[in-house]
Design a protein around this ligand. Structure first.
Ligand code: SF4
Length: 291
């Protein structure tokens, strides 16, 4: 209802009531991410957030899904989160899902029991930005954890019972043969984590980030459409997660894909191959502009 600055949410939450409990991202160091760079991270006063929920319950009484923003709401203190979850349940009689983003570091600051308690009290789905399974690359983009740390966070969320939605970014390694290593290591990590949902985006430079400066200065060469498609193809081929929901339908992707791994894997590979046949005529997507 009352928002500080621009608010981001996962694409699947377009119908959700967005409750802004934190402003910004508690980590905010990733070199590719612009989302919260202009926001100084802080937690909104609980009474203010409870007032927001009360207002929303009058205005949107039929709310079924709620996304708790901003970038890393799992970082909120337990008492705070449990109070918000209870208030949401009281406010919206038709509520069937509450979700939020979960950073790997703040996830691991919660104990297994605390994560379970959040799940039992209504936080149903969490979105984890895995980005890559390559520790070197995660270090380069300052993700704050290596592949092992990311796996631990993902498994902690899975073991707590959350519906886990992860995102990975093709092209973070730039142009060249590096896509092979990234795809293989990312598939390995995801196969071990076994999330229920995987979304793949393709890296586009966003103004206000360190990587954008590197792109502009020629220090980072963006992947070509062919390399991006080959990386996604290799990832899809190596994912062994039958039944997992898979999407690569962000505007950054050169071939939109949506379906279920296993059942649709061959279809995805055919669709990518069709696109690869014309990849040299496709315009390279380099800069992402909001709005
Ligand atoms: S943890 Fe997520 S929201 Fe925070 S800076 Fe990194 S990518 Fe952006």
């Amino acid at each position: 209802m009352r928002y500080e600055g621009g608010v981001y949410r996962p694409p699947g939450e377009w119908q959700s009531y967005i409750l802004q409990a934190t402003v910004g991202c508690s980590y905010n160091k990733c070199t590719f991410c612009e989302a919260y760079k202009k926001k100084l991270y802080h937690v909104k006063p609980l009474s203010y957030v409870l007032d927001d929920i009360a207002m929303a319950s009058v205005r949107y009484p039929n709310t079924e899904t709620v996304f708790i923003a901003d970038g890393d709401a799992i970082a909120l203190p337990m008492d705070y989160l449990l109070t918000v979850l209870a208030a949401l349940k009281d406010a919206f009689p038709h509520l069937r899902r509450i979700t939020c983003y979960a950073g790997p570091i703040s996830t691991m600051e919660k104990t297994a029991e605390q994560l379970k308690q959040l799940k039992e009290n209504g936080l149903g789905r969490v979105y984890l930005g895995v980005e890559s399974g390559d520790s070197e690359l995660l270090k380069k983009v300052k993700k704050g954890v290596d592949a092992q740390g990311m796996l631990k966070a993902g498994l902690a969320l899975k073991n707590a019972g959350f519906d886990l939605w992860v995102t990975v970014i093709a092209g973070l390694e730039g142009s060249g043969e590096g896509y092979k290593k990234n795809a293989l290591l990312t598939a390995e990590l995801l196969n071990a984590m076994a999330p229920q949902h995987i979304s793949v985006m393709t890296y586009m430079a966003t103004m206000g980030t360190e990587m954008y400066e590197d792109v502009m200065a020629g220090r980072f060469k963006m992947q070509t459409p062919r390399e991006a498609l080959l990386e996604t193809r290799l990832l899809v081929e190596k994912l062994n997660l039958p039944g997992a929901h898979f999407t690569a339908n962000h505007m950054s992707n050169y071939r939109p894909l949506k379906g279920t791994l296993g059942r649709d894997t061959d279809l995805f590979l055919c669709q990518i191959d069709e696109m690869l046949a014309q990849a040299d005529r496709v315009k390279q997507r380099t800069i992402y502009r909001h709005g």
